[in-house]
Design a protein around this ligand. Structure first.
Ligand SMILES: [Fe+2]
Length: 258
C-alpha cells in the first residue's frame, strides 16, 4: 500500500493562488493524491503569507502549508502561525519566534510528519543539519516524514538530501522558483528534488515583472515587487511512498502550464 503525496512549489501572489485554485483539484484527482503540501510563503499580495492567503491555498486544496524566509514579513500572520496546526514555518529560526516547525497529518494507520528548514548558505537559517536531527526526535511516531528545505544553494540542498537519506521519506527544495530536473530516489529510499519550482507567472523573474527586477539590479534602488501577469504554471513533485516502510517508490516531477 502506498500513499501519494503532492508537493507544490512556491505559490506567488494572487496570480499564483488563482492558478492553483483552477488547476489543483483536477491534478489531485488525476494523480489520486492523498496529501497535498503547498509552499505558501509568497502567496500574499506584496509578498509573505497572511491568514487570508493561507485560506486561499486551503480552499484550492492544500492540506498543509510550508513557508520560508518571508514567513514573518506580515505581522497579521504571527498569531495565526501560533494557532494553526496546518501552517509550518522553518524549524531553524530564532527560539520564541511565532509558529511551529513541523506538522503532522494523521491517516489513522500511518502518521505523516512534515517539517520545514531554512538554508544557511546566502540565508539566515541556523545549521539545518543539526536542526533536522532535532526535529526528527519530535517525529519518531511518524512512519512517513517529508522535509521542505527552503534554501538558495543547490549544493547545500543536495547535501541535506543525502544527510537525511534513509531517515525521511522525501526531501524537496523550495525558494529558487526555478524547477530542477534532478528528481530521484536516493540510495536509502528518500525521494528528492533540489527545487520544486514556482506556481505563478511564466514570463517573470521568479514571479515578478521583469522590468522591475531589471531596474532594481541596474540602479541599486528599491522597487515594489509586482507579480507579473499572463500565462501561469504549476510546478511541483509527486512522491509515492510505501505506507509500511516509509520509503519512496516513485517520484514524478509536475510542470503544468496554460
Ligand atoms: Fe523564499
Amino acid at each position: 500500500m502506498t500513499i501519494n503525496i503532492l508537493t507544490v512549489g512556491d505559490v506567488t501572489g494572487a496570480q499564483g493562488c488563482e492558478y492553483l485554485r483552477r488547476r489543483l483539484p483536477t491534478l489531485k484527482r488525476m494523480k489520486a493524491v492523498d496529501l497535498c503540501i503547498v509552499n505558501g510563503e509568497n502567496s500574499a499580495a506584496g509578498n509573505g503569507i497572511t491568514p487570508a492567503s493561507a485560506q486561499e491555498l486551503f480552499n484550492a486544496g492544500a492540506d498543509l502549508i510550508t513557508t520560508g524566509n518571508h514567513v514573518f514579513r506580515r505581522r497579521e500572520v504571527y498569531d495565526y502561525l501560533d494557532h494553526s496546526l496546518s501552517v509550518v514555518r522553518p524549524a531553524n529560526v530564532y527560539a520564541g519566534n511565532p509558529g511551529r516547525g513541523f506538522a503532522i497529518a494523521d491517516f489513522g494507520s500511518v502518521r505523516v510528519g512534515v517539517f520545514n528548514l531554512l538554508g544557511n548558505a546566502f540565508m539566515e537559517g541556523a545549521n539545518p543539519f543539526t536542526a533536522a536531527d532535532d526535529v526528527l526526535k519530535e517525529l519518531t511516531d511518524c512512519r512517513i516524514v517529508l522535509c521542505d528545505f527552503h534554501a538558495e544553494a543547490t549544493g547545500e540542498k543536495r547535501a541535506l538530501g543525502f544527510y537525511l537519506d534513509g531517515r525521511v521519506s522525501a526531501v524537496f527544495g523550495t525558494h529558487t522558483h526555478v524547477q530542477t530536473a534532478d528528481e530521484q530516489i536516493l540510495p536509502g529510499g528518500t525521494g528528492y528534488i533540489t527545487d520544486l519550482g514556482m506556481t505563478g507567472p511564466v514570463q517573470s523573474v521568479l514571479g515578478v515583472k521583469p522590468p522591475i527586477i531589471i531596474s532594481k539590479l541596474k540602479t541599486g534602488m528599491p522597487e515594489r515587487f509586482d507579480v507579473a501577469d499572463g500565462e501561469c504554471m504549476l510546478n511541483g513533485c509527486l512522491f509515492t511512498v510505501d505506507r509500511a516502510t516509509g520509503k519512496t517508490e516513485a517520484v514524478e516531477r509536475i510542470n503544468i502550464r496554460g
